[in-house]
Design a protein around this ligand. Structure first.
Ligand code: SF4
Length: 395
């Protein structure tokens, strides 16, 4: 749909240009947010159980699973922060060096098998990034290792990608449809070379920047000439080859639910708002609040950010409205409810978007991002609940 020019849905949100890390926590409306970048996106049963305990002891018992498959412990107080970090370092979940921790931004396909190509490349890349002290990348700059039978992380944010393409392995700059042919042995070094190229080409003025806009401006390196192949959709809730996938409402889990899942097996963190219980199939998971165990659950058709009061920038609460409207979102569509124009929960366009402009007041956008020009404005949450057909009128 063509959108008319005009003002954005809500005032410009503050853009930090970096994400909270364990050693660089961000203050939010409910305390510090401490992000755990679990090596290879995996938690052993002991680690998962310990993280649940730490969340209850030092935070508010709420844990986010981010779109880059990281965990975020919420509600941490400044007083308890040092003890929390020491405990996470003892668990091997946080580096001792904050710069190495920031560079080690690698998302590995959750469907890896021990010692397969994806697993080996990600382990080498994580270590190479820890060691690359000269590499001063922007805080959000990330790598994706997606070298299974066919790529499944195309919709996930990342600046440098290592992907399967038929019988080949490709190194890709985000936003490109052609990449450089590489091998499992050269992949990690080639990825670091592309990161250095990004910096040399002026991709990060003032320490900020992403690969996609640089490619749009500058074009690709000359060696990036091999076309990428088609991808396959990500798996859904239930059994998969590696284990069993469990959905998390709005990508959030309570400490109690995490402890319960940890009793079942080691966990893999996914960018799909799901946790993967390794090596287990057809297990009965207790029906705990926030866990989604049915692939037809309408809550899978909505995304909503933290909103008020948990986020300091939020203009309204978001999740209760998203939950109430979920049954009215047509099959195959997605509703994104955003607390401000930044659109953290769904950075890409969505068919239906509600962006808060004031407490319990939203702008409606069709086929766009949270900050795009709205189709309708000043919609009260109560009116949307009373007449949810408003969402799709005019589409
Ligand atoms: S989109 Fe949501 S979580 Fe992100 S800054 Fe705005 S209110 Fe906060």
């Amino acid at each position: 749909m063509t959108k008319a020019p005009g003002p954005a849905a809500s005032p410009d949100p503050k853009v930090y240009g970096w994400c909270p890390g364990a050693l660089r926590p961000m203050m939010s409306g409910d305390g510090l947010v401490v992000r755990i970048r679990a090596p290879l996106g995996q938690l052993s049963q002991d680690q998962a159980s310990a993280v649940a305990t730490l969340s209850e002891r030092f935070g508010n018992g709420l844990i986010d699973l981010s779109a880059r498959a990281n965990l975020q412990l919420r509600g941490i107080t400044a007083d308890s922060y040092p003890a929390l970090i020491a405990a996470l370092q003892d668990l091997g979940l946080v580096d001792h060096d904050s710069a190495a921790e920031a560079r080690r931004n690698v998302m590995l396909t959750p469907l890896w098998k021990p010692e397969d190509i994806s697993h080996r490349i990600a382990a080498q890349l994580e270590q190479a990034l820890r060691d690359a002290e000269d590499l001063l990348l922007p805080g959000k700059f990330g790598f994706v290792v997606d070298a299974g039978e066919s790529p499944q992380l195309r919709d996930c944010v990342g600046d440098i990608r290592i992907e399967t393409s038929g019988a080949e392995l490709l190194l890709l700059a985000d936003g490109a449809e052609c990449g450089q042919s590489i091998t499992a042995e050269t992949a990690a070094e080639a990825a670091l070379d592309l990161a250095r190229w990004f910096l040399q080409q002026g991709g990060a003025p003032e320490g900020r920047g992403r690969m996609h806009p640089l490619i749009a401006r500058r074009g690709l390196p000359a060696s990036h000439i091999t076309p990428r192949s088609a991808s396959t959709p990500s798996p859904t809730i239930g059994n998969c080859a590696i284990g069993q996938l469990v959905g998390l409402e709005f990508g959030q889990i309570t400490a109690q639910a995490l402890a319960t899942l940890a009793e079942q097996g080691a966990l893999r963190l996914t960018p799909w708002r799901m946790l993967l219980i390794e090596g287990r199939h057809d297990i009965e998971i207790p029906r705990l609040p926030g866990l989604i165990l049915d692939a037809r659950d309408p809550r899978l058709r909505v995304s909503a950010c933290t909103g008020a009061p948990g986020c300091l920038q939020a203009l309204s609460a978001t999740r209760d409205l998203a939950r109430d409207l979920a049954p009215f979102v047509p099959e195959g569509q997605v509703l994104h409810v955003s607390g401000c124009a930044k659109g953290c929960a769904h950075p890409r366009p969505a068919p239906l978007v509600l962006t808060a402009t004031a407490p319990d007041t939203f702008a409606l956008i069709h086929h766009g991002k949270a900050g795009d020009h709205p189709l309708r404005d000043s919609l009260r949450a109560g009116a949307l609940r009373a007449a949810p057909q408003i969402l799709t009128e005019g589409s």
